[in-house]
Write a protein that binds this ligand. Structure first.
Ligand SMILES: [Zn+2]
Length: 317
């Protein structure tokens, strides 16, 4: 199952839908979801309706029903769907099928909206990530890469770039602001950002720490976080002190994402997941399949990894 995080690598721009002879081609040349130009879409008829399938330079591969587009636009969240699709691996795309109205809530629960200051940092991080070495220009193209910043549109990212130039993070000596060339100061800032907050390398784990739950930590969660290149942070003292202390709150502030295992239904896990979500961090929701029925109603719309005994991932919903 694909779980969206701001760290998933962007789509490699591999086009899946290059020509769909069975469908009628849309003649606008624009993405029906984000309105980006140079898009190519076809109407594909299904037994109970149709979907718009094609290629957008910003969203990349898209297969979406008209009612999903309408609902996302009504909620002013179409850009979150673009952000999601942009980081969806091609293999997952084939498996997950088209975006329907009933999967929107799951997408919206995964793609959290960054505020303006976070977008500023994300823009700098992405520009530097797409720059192979200091002194060279970045491959970042705001007209196509704005979904990587979870921005509403390309112009809002161009404003971030102008601000980054004004603050000395991007070189002024280029004709027009694009493509941007990060300065030495930019790389120093990226290093700072990587050591704290939403861009840090820490993954916080919220779970019950009773001894029978230990194997899921030692055999699954801890190695998985390490394998992904992050540092797992587990604060288990609170089980003894039975309170959420300043240290836990500070650790959650410093984490990049939080893994919440709701098995055994500890109130602390709900609190920590809610705090992380409120801080705009990615939350990875987990629960033992046997305890699924006890999950609190309020979190049931989130995509939860359900695992079976033997710690094998059983299914997701
Ligand atoms: Zn698009």
């Amino acid at each position: 199952m694909f779980i969206y995080t701001r760290d998933n690598m962007p789509s490699q721009k591999t086009r899946i839908f290059t020509d769909i002879p069975a469908g009628k081609k849309q003649d606008t040349g624009r993405c029906p979801l984000c309105n980006t130009a140079n898009a190519e879409f076809w109407f594909v008829q299904w037994s109970n309706g149709y979907s718009l399938k094609g290629w957008c330079p910003a969203c990349t591969n898209v297969d979406i029903t008209p009612d999903a587009i309408e609902q996302a636009k009504q909620q002013r969240k179409a850009h979150l769907v673009s952000a999601f699709l942009r980081r969806l691996p091609v293999s997952e795309f084939a498996a997950s099928g088209y975006v329907r109205a009933d999967v929107l809530d799951s997408i919206f629960s995964q793609v959290t909206q960054p505020d303006a200051t976070e977008q500023y940092d994300l823009t700098l991080l992405e520009i530097c990530r797409q720059c192979s070495e200091p002194g060279l220009q970045s491959a970042f193209n705001y007209e196509e890469d704005w979904p990587l910043i979870i921005a509403r549109s390309a112009p809002s990212v161009s404003l971030m770039i102008i601000e980054l130039v004004n603050s000395g993070y991007l070189d002024k000596e280029i004709s027009g602001p694009f493509p941007p060339r990060p300065t030495w100061k930019a790389f120093q800032r990226v290093k700072e950002l990587r050591s704290s907050g939403s861009n840090s390398m820490n993954g916080f784990v919220a779970m019950s720490f009773s001894t029978d739950r230990l194997p899921i930590w030692t055999e699954v969660i801890e190695p998985a976080i390490k394998d992904a290149g992050y540092k797992p942070i587990r604060v288990d003292q609170y089980e003894h002190s039975n309170r959420i202390d300043d240290e836990i709150i500070a650790q959650i502030r410093r984490c990049r994402f939080l893994v919440a295992d709701f098995t055994a239904q500890k109130p602390g896990v709900y609190f920590e997941a809610g705090l992380a979500l409120g801080l705009g961090r990615t939350v990875i929701w987990m629960c033992d399949h046997a305890d699924k029925g006890n999950l609190h109603f309020d979190i049931r719309q989130f995509n939860t990894i359900l695992y079976a005994r033997g710690w094998r991932i059983a299914s997701s919903r």
